[in-house]
Design a protein around this ligand. Sequence first.
Ligand SMILES: [Zn+2]
Length: 79
Amino acid sequence: MKPQPSFDIDFDKHNNASLRIACPECGHETAHHLKSLSPDSDIFCGKCNTNITLDMEAIALASREAAEIRKSYGVDGGA
Ligand SMILES: [Zn+2]
């Protein structure tokens, strides 16, 4: 199993969660909306074009973290 990239979670003004995914090769961060991600979608680094694919476990983890952050902000809705 290849190492999973690290990511940070941001929320836009519509409260949509997006992930800032750090490229495992060059460290360049690429932002993607959480709801646009799936284990089948290929993500490419905007700098070195490395394929950064998140597996289902990583996406589930990100979804849980986003839900926790949203709860701690006292907000609801969105993806
Ligand atoms: Zn890269």
